[in-house]
Design a protein. Structure first.
Ligand code: MFK
Length: 561
């Protein structure tokens, strides 16, 4: 009787020619020699033991036990076996630490992102607590708060699973996850804690409505010191440790875990803070501004996670295409099937280059090897990359499920879950619209960031000589010219017009940048004996909708209630 072979994965580093060629082009040869064994080991785990564990753990979810048998409030969270294993692997392989050990200077961030990219898709989004851990470490280091740095950063960046801590981010309240300036949590000074009467310790009162994984040891959160004015400036950034030395939560309760569409292994929670002890990170005001280093790093993680999920479905679909026959031939011999897969691969490639470009710039910022133009570019590309790759991930994963026919819709293949997980990527860490408005904010008043983007695109296209790139080059240049003329006209027309078109503008910039980066890499491949198919990826991507600024006359008033 006929038996279909399922899709399988090989070593996810060795099989990924895009990742390997990208590293070869960007990272100095001696650095690559040093980091490659660790990447190959992570690739082996991600396609092997960890992937098998993920499939076996599919139905398990974290469990919250609020009460013990004797009526004590305990709020214990039991993670699933996959997540327990993922935490240990993440620590031992330095999936956060690699960015802080600085063994490879500014390439340390690229190294760490490559590890995260390989690790994420086999862990059911264990990238969430790691993203927060990374964001917290960076924020604390930048805060100059020496006692918190000494207390927490060695744990957050440890490779020892016994020492390793993860961090949470508790920002979203009932008033919103986007407009966090409206947060209602109050901070009261706790003078009893300090013999000199100095207000170092605070107590927090309020409700946090959607936290990141609440299994962490510490969290960064926002609260309004009593008497402060409304708005983001009146909030302050706080650090807290979740449990005391007996394992009891410090004056807060976990009311429930969220019942979400996807990311079901992540114990996201609703909390009530009732006198939770906390410490100021830096100052009693400007909480929104002070938490932005967390936001920018977790947005990078979001993009890397988006690309990693795209890569995972494409890897599975390619393998399946070599195993599945229909109408007398393997799918890998069917022109239409191959055409569909090539489209998915082109989108993945564009997203990959943009996410790793933000990683490169982040690495430069972290080692202070960044000039003004690159800083402006990083500020603009972070929201553009997050919003563009989030949308691509949902579209690519959704389309890729079709490549498995009905099997792509059946839960125990593990495939549908990828789509549910991808769907969070355009939502959390700033929705597409919020990030499109952030991109307008990043342009500033002098458009330095847009000039930096144009200059980077020009450098990319300047390195591209092969005539076959003529059309992609024209598409990039036309899209950017259109985006600039739209921006000028929309500014002239006023804020409603500008905001209404912000998403189309941002996606156009994001996709144009991706295409320029694809072209640059493809040209390099041509010159270095690489895969000539990269040219078709560029041409295909160029034809897949770069300039999205079409509805120039649309205004919110056009919506009927
Ligand atoms: C794989 C990873 C998975 C992660 C899972 C996490 C699960 C957690 C669930 C969640 O909670 S998700 C919710 C996430 N929420 C957000 O990401 C917030 C989205 N909203 C925004 O990003 C808004 O743009 C923002 C809250 C920042 C705007 O608030 P305001 O009060 O209108 O801010 P304002 O006044 O524009 O900016 C305050 C300061 O911050 C300004 O600087 P100045 O004080 O010097 O003028 C801004 O320039 C600065 N700023 C804002 N965004 C910035 C920034 N600076 C640098 N980078 C940015 N991105």
């Amino acid at each position: 009787m006929f038996q279909q072979a399922p899709p399988t994965l090989g070593n996810q580093y060795e099989d990924d020619s895009l990742l390997r060629s990208y590293l070869e082009r960007n990272v100095p040869a001696d650095t690559l020699r040093e980091i490659e064994p660790a990447l190959a080991e992570m690739g082996r785990l991600a396609g092997g033991d960890l992937y098998q564990m993920q499939l076996a753990d599919r139905l398990n979810e974290p469990v919250l036990t609020q009460w013990d048998a004797w009526g004590n409030r305990v709020d214990r969270i039991e993670l699933t076996a996959l997540w327990r294993a993922a935490e240990k692997i993440a620590a031992e392989h330095g999936v956060v630490a690699a960015a802080y050990e600085q063994k490879h200077g500014r390439f340390s961030r690229v190294h760490q992102c490559a590890l995260a990219y390989l690790f994420t898709p086999s862990t059911d989004i264990y990238s969430c607590p790691l993203a927060m851990t990374d964001g917290a470490a960076r924020t604390l280091l930048g805060s100059g708060n020496q006692s918190l740095i000494e207390r927490a950063v060695p744990h957050l960046t440890s490779r020892d699973p016994q020492e390793f801590w993860t961090a949470g981010q508790w920002m979203t309240e009932l008033t919103g996850g986007s407009d966090v300036a409206t947060s209602e949590t109050i901070a009261k000074p706790d003078l009893t804690q300090n013999s000199e009467g100095e207000t170092r310790n605070w107590r927090l009162y309020g409700r946090k409505w959607f936290t990141s994984a609440v299994s962490s040891q510490i969290a960064l959160t926002l609260a309004r010191p009593e008497g402060n004015p409304p708005g983001g400036r009146g909030l302050a950034l706080f650090y807290l440790e979740l449990r005391d030395e007996h394992g009891r939560l410090r004056n807060f309760t976990i009311d429930r875990l969220k019942d979400k569409l996807g990311t079901r292994k992540v114990p996201t929670a609703e909390l009530t803070l009732d006198g939770t002890p906390a410490q100021l990170v830096l100052g009693t005001t400007d909480g929104v501004r002070n938490i932005t280093p967390v936001l920018n790093l977790t947005r990078l993680w979001n993009g890397i996670s988006a690309v990693s999920l795209m890569r995972r479905v494409v890897a599975l679909a390619l393998d399946y295409a070599h195993k599945r026959s229909a109408f007398g031939a393997l799918l890998s011999e069917k022109p239409l099937h191959l055409d569909t897969l090539a489209g998915l691969q082109a989108e993945t490639e564009g997203a990959f280059h943009l996410a790793f470009m933000v990683a490169e710039l982040t690495g430069r910022a972290e080692t202070k090897e960044i000039d003004e133009e690159q800083s402006a570019l990083l500020r603009l590309l972070t929201p553009l990359m997050k919003l563009t790759t989030g949308k691509q991930a949902v579209a690519v994963v959704s389309e890729a499920l079709e490549a498995f026919g009905g099997a792509g819709y059946v839960e125990d293949t593990g495939l549908p879950q990828l789509l549910r997980d991808a769907q969070v990527l355009p939502i959390w860490e700033g929705t597409t619209n919020v990030l499109a408005l952030d991109a307008l904010r990043a342009l500033g008043t002098d458009d330095r960031a847009l000039k930096a983007l144009n200059a980077e695109v020009s450098r990319c296209l300047g390195s591209v000589h092969d005539q076959r790139f003529a059309e992609p080059r024209r598409v990039v240049q036309m899209a950017l010219a259109h985006a600039e003329s739209w921006l000028a006209a929309a500014r002239e027309a006023g804020t409603p017009k500008l905001e209404a078109g912000a998403r189309r503008f941002a996606l156009t910039l994001g996709r144009a940048m991706e295409l320029a980066l694809i072209c640059r890499h493809a040209q390099w491949l041509l010159e270095n004996g690489g895969d000539v198919r990269a040219i078709s990826a560029a041409r295909r991507f160029a034809a897949s909708g770069i300039d999205l600024i079409t509805l120039t006359d649309s205004l919110p008033g056009a919506v009927q209630h």
